[in-house]
Design a protein around this ligand. Structure first.
Ligand code: 4AD
Ligand code: MG
Length: 463
């Protein structure tokens, strides 16, 4: 008898096979005819498989009639055509119980729980329909990410998690240290002497793998890195995590237009893959979470992203005469209310903004001839806002060093990064896509804490 997933067992092709199904009970009810209907779910798909358990089974009275939500079981039997809504069901020859779930204690009974409540039960929430669907869609997106770059010949590089450099220059880094905080060695100035720390210098969790990806791109052409990144920004919003996953392609001999083209093709590939391969889960999100997600994704796959400069966007925002909490003027960083106005009201779709003021962007972005703006780009989408941030990189050594000094960075500390401009420098570009914001956008889930298995946010790191 071969093991089969619920997903496979639900296909008409499975009818007639003798199989073993293993999973968790969702519901059980008695039927008058002397048998029980049990719904089993194993996570392979949203839907359950119906089990017909006859009263003849030896453990029928002693065990099967006592099954409740959450119990784990193995069922063997034949897949039959079903008369009900589903195509198939399994007629049990044997039902083995592995673990009980006391109905007086098991929290996931029929009653619906809020997502806030379920965050307190992060160890149980993947057993719910919503979190199972999120996990499957997230997995599918990760496959798309690798497929997209591998199919285009990009090399997957692993950039470090622990680093001494602050790529975004925002000082939002988590320190990595083995010093005893209560008894740290001091230097002559009275500060902590990190030369005695594990790495002989101040070290942190990375905020981005970009700088190291540039090293590989300027040797091997097109590369991408994909891994966890960390930000100690104290923002308690529905779009920020302290630990999130980012995919960062980096391309040698590429300018900002090539970068925007790649970003647009990349997002469209992810969306069309999910629409094609996660149809059942996406139908669920469209029905229960956000009734616009299917239409939105289908529309985006077929249309062109609007591209406009930061300056043009500022003009539109000012001309809109909207009452924003933050007044818009040239030079300001755009807030999520502004991004939402552009994507939801003005353009009704994704927008790529480029050429931002140099004062609000990091040191590594290429300076435009106007001296005031840099070749930055952000991809904004309705509801979520910024989903991608990227740029063409500054490949001119003197300009790069000037930019570093302007931002109080010491070029000597980034000697390896400036070396890339000293030896065979090339125009190059790349971007970072936040995985969780992508999952949020695709599923319509409102809070970023509900699209990563174990969210890390200020004041919260349980599980
Ligand atoms: O715009 P960011 O900060 O860009 C970078 O880190 C560049 N070094 C990327 C590159 O050019 N290689 O971050 C990129 C994306 C954002 O657009 C957003 O989707 C996501 O990462 N992101 C976050 N996601 C969740 N929580 C946070 N705190 C995030 N910060 C950024
Ligand atoms: Mg950004």
């Amino acid at each position: 008898m071969s093991k089969m997933t619920v997903l496979a067992a639900r296909q008409p092709a499975a009818i007639g096979s003798q199989v073993l199904i293993q999973g968790w009970v969702r519901t059980r009810r008695d039927s008058k005819g002397g048998f029980s209907f049990i719904e089993i779910n194993d996570g392979s798909c949203m839907a359950n498989l119906q089990i017909i358990a006859d009263a003849d089974l030896e453990n029928y009275e002693s065990e099967i009639t006592r099954l409740t939500a959450g119990c784990s079981i193995s069922v063997s039997g034949e897949i039959k055509e079903s008369g009900g809504k589903q195509a198939t069901e399994i007629l049990a020859a044997k039902v083995e119980i592995h673990g009980w779930a006391d109905p007086d204690e098991y929290p996931l009974q029929k009653k619906r729980h809020s997502f806030e409540k379920l965050r307190e039960w992060a160890h149980l929430r993947p057993r719910t329909n919503t979190f199972g669907a999120v996990a499957r869609v997230r997995n599918r997106i990760c496959k798309s990410i690798h497929d997209f770059y591998q199919d285009r010949g990009f090399l997957y590089v692993h950039t470090p998690i622990i680093t001494a450099s602050d790529c975004e220059g925002a000082g939002e880094m988590f320190r990595v240290s083995t010093l005893d905080p209560a008894n740290a060695p001091r230097n002559d100035e009275g500060g902590i002497d990190y030369t005695q720390d594990f790495f002989d210098r101040p070290s942190f969790l990375t905020v981005s793998g970009q700088l190291e990806a540039e090293i590989y791109a300027t040797a091997l052409g097109n590369v991408y890195t994909f891994g966890p990144t960390f930000r100690a920004e104290n923002s308690n919003t529905s779009r920020h995590l302290a630990e999130f996953w980012m995919v960062e392609p980096e391309m040698a001999f590429c300018d900002l237009d090539g970068n925007m083209d790649l970003a647009e093709a990349f997002l469209k590939q992810i969306f069309s893959d999910v629409l094609e391969d996660c149809a059942e889960d996406m139908a669920f999100f469209n029905q229960h979470i956000d009734d616009t997600v299917l239409e939105t994704l289908q529309g985006i796959v077929k249309s062109e992203f609007t591209r406009l400069s930061y300056s043009e966007a500022v003009d539109i925002l000012i001309a809109s005469e909207q009452k924003f909490d933050h007044q818009v003027e040239w030079g300001c960083d755009l807030q999520s209310e502004h991004e939402r106005y552009l994507t939801e009201q003005h353009f009704s779709g994704p927008v790529i903004l480029y050429d931002y003021p140099c004062t609000i962007k990091p040191f590594y972005m290429r300076v435009n001839d106007d001296g005031k703006t840099v070749r930055a780009m952000d991809v904004l989408v309705p509801k979520v806002g910024e989903i991608i941030g990227g740029s063409q990189r500054e490949e001119r050594l003197d300009v790069l060093e000037d930019r570093m000094r302007q931002q109080d960075l010491d070029p000597a500390e980034y000697w390896w990064y400036t070396d890339l401009r000293k030896y065979g420098t090339v125009p190059h570009a790349g971007f970072g896509l936040g995985l969780e914001r992508t999952v949020q956008f695709v599923t319509g889930m409102q809070n970023i804490r509900d699209v990563i298995p174990f969210p890390r946010t200020p004041g919260s790191a349980e599980f």
